[in-house]
Design a protein around this ligand. Sequence first.
Ligand SMILES: NC(=O)c1ccc[n+]([C@@H]2O[C@H](COP(=O)([O-])OP(=O)(O)OC[C@H]3O[C@@H](n4cnc5c(N)ncnc54)[C@H](O)[C@@H]3O)[C@@H](O)[C@H]2O)c1
Length: 242
Amino acid sequence: MIAVTGSASGIGAAVVSALDGRDVIGVDLRDAEVRADLSTPDGRQQAIDGVLSRCGGVLEGLVLCAGLGPHTPDPMRIIEVNYRGAVSLLDGLFPALCTAAVAVSSSASTMVRWRDNPISRCEEEAALASAGEYRGQLAYAWSKNALTVAVRRRVAEWGAAGVRLNTVAPGAVDTPLLDAGLADPRYGDAIRSYQAPIARHGQSEEVAALIVYLLGPHATYIHGAQFPIDGGSDALMRPTEF
Ligand SMILES: NC(=O)c1ccc[n+]([C@@H]2O[C@H](COP(=O)([O-])OP(=O)(O)OC[C@H]3O[C@@H](n4cnc5c(N)ncnc54)[C@H](O)[C@@H]3O)[C@@H](O)[C@H]2O)c1
């Protein structure tokens, strides 16, 4: 069985479709086998317990898609869901996992260095209090940077256990999350005016195909890696850093 968080919408729903024929345990706020709120410790435990009881303690794969965008009014909630929610499920389900997990990070994960990320010092709440109008974007970048770091830091323990763990880092992908960003007066124009080298948005199905590949039998030596899937934006912005 494969657990997919954020299964009710966007990239998570596309992963469920791409896993056609496999046994999937969806985790989301709504329309899912396990309904749980990953923004709270109780909700995360409910999600872990729900998945474990449905899979009988043996989980073939895990895909972490649940997330909130920069437009979300409460920036601390962005960090709770995107970072703490994802990491809690990684750690809570690791003992049951036997093959691989993929966490959906973001191209935004590279917009801050870990040493400058307030989450690295548990100072995000204070940093957000004085962050101004674009605090949602900051919280988003911090949360995704922290998630990618958390994945990379687990590589030895997970590798020794024979369970692979990778991230994908999408650029702009047509989903309800991106639609909400486009409709936000703070972010809409910036999203509209940026053009990736492949001059269109990505599609959920394209990200889902990469995720399913990373879970599968042709990716058995891929571990601890982050894959940009962004129409070339990472190479455009950071040609000398990789
Ligand atoms: N769409 C993009 O442009 C883009 C770019 C980079 C990264 N991402 C990441 O991809 C992932 C999927 O996003 P999407 O674009 O498909 O968005 P989406 O809004 O379509 O789907 C997100 C899903 O997460 C669920 N979710 C949100 N808060 C939750 C909570 N507290 N508990 C449980 N579930 C919760 C939602 O209900 C929803 O079903 C997110 O982590 C997002 O940050 C998206």
